[in-house]
Design a protein around this ligand. Structure first.
Ligand SMILES: NC(=O)c1ccc[n+]([C@@H]2O[C@H](COP(=O)([O-])OP(=O)(O)OC[C@H]3O[C@@H](n4cnc5c(N)ncnc54)[C@H](O)[C@@H]3O)[C@@H](O)[C@H]2O)c1
Length: 276
């Protein structure tokens, strides 16, 4: 898709970071929007900003892990806008800790938001897109963690590898149905957002720049959410599945080296296999 003006986008996790940058970018391209977030205050600020740029905006504070709330929201969107031309299943959270340190309830919450949030977005919006038979593009937000495992990241990695699997299968399923729907997996490296606020025990509030963004600003690896949105729109225009925000080979090599250097048990097993 390379023309956006007058079309309609849905963005989850739009109250902050990457989702907010995507929503702003859609409005600048002349699109109308439906935006979702848990954080009502930020959503209201965003809605006012997007409306002042001329977009028609439907904003709803809801939890993407709530399938019926998502279905209800999709129904409301359909009544007002029809089915989406762009769907960004982006909301997600980050938890860190050793693999055995998370309770079953923590795992459930993580899976419900990061995996079922994406599934709920697809189930709520995709049937009407297919029914209308119009061209559309779906972007699911994974991570570099969709490709490589890192210490202390079991929960996050499990969810983001699942998002990769779902998104690749979705692309296959749509292709075999000859649907006019493109799919992308967004695999960001480090982006300057408030995703670490919870981990640092920081209260994000309604500010544009949160405490953790202040703390991370200036670190060389971090790009801005606007840079990330640029990568996404470039991929949509060029109908690319994989969206990398950083030079991915360098990143994977650096990650692999640090993991291998750690006397990593997975690596020992690979070495053993290669001799057999
Ligand atoms: N920032 C990074 O470095 C980075 C890297 C790779 C992937 N990602 C992914 O990008 C996506 C966006 O994260 P971000 O970095 O912009 O973080 P962020 O915290 O700035 O924004 C995420 C937004 O999602 C909302 N949200 C969280 N749980 C929700 C739920 N259950 N229902 C509805 N909204 C919910 C939050 O309120 C927040 O506004 C996430 O999926 C994240 O995993 C981020």
């Amino acid at each position: 898709m390379d023309k956006f003006s007058g079309k309609f986008a849905v963005v989850t996790g739009a109250g902050s970071g990457i989702g907010r940058a995507l929503a702003r970018r859609c409005a600048r391209e002349g699109m109308d929007l439906a935006v979702v977030d848990l954080h009502e205050g930020r959503l209201n600020t965003l809605r006012a900003e997007l409306e002042s740029e001329g977009a028609v905006v439907l904003a709803r504070a809801l939890d993407v892990s709530d399938a019926s709330a998502m279905a209800d929201f999709a129904e409301q969107c359909r009544g007002q806008f029809g089915s989406p031309d762009l769907l960004f299943n982006n909301a997600g959270i980050l938890r860190i800790g050793e693999t055995w340190s998370h309770s079953a309830a923590d795992w459930r919450k993580m899976l419900d938001i990061n995996v079922m949030g994406v599934v709920n977005g697809l189930n709520a919006f995709l049937p009407s897109i297919l029914e209308e038979g119009k061209p559309a593009h779906i972007v699911n937000t994974g991570s570099v963690g969709s490709l490589v495992a890192a210490p202390g990241m079991a929960q996050y990695t499990a969810t983001k590898m699942a998002v990769r699997g779902i998104t690749e299968c979705l692309a296959h399923d749509l292709a075999s149905n000859e649907a006019r729907v493109d799919v992308s997996l967004l695999c960001p490296g480090p982006v300057l957002t408030s995703i670490s606020d919870d981990l640092m025990g920081l209260e994000p509030g309604d500010n544009e720049v949160t405490p953790s963004e202040h703390m991370m600003a200036g670190q060389p690896d971090f790009i801005t959410p606007d840079d990330c949105a640029d990568c996404v729109f470039d991929a949509i225009r060029n109908r690319r599945f994989w969206i990398f925000t950083h030079p991915i080979n360098n990143y994977l090599i650096a990650m692999t080296k640090s993991i291998v250097a750690d006397e990593n048990p997975v690596y020992r097993e690979v070495e053993y296999d290669s001799k057999s």
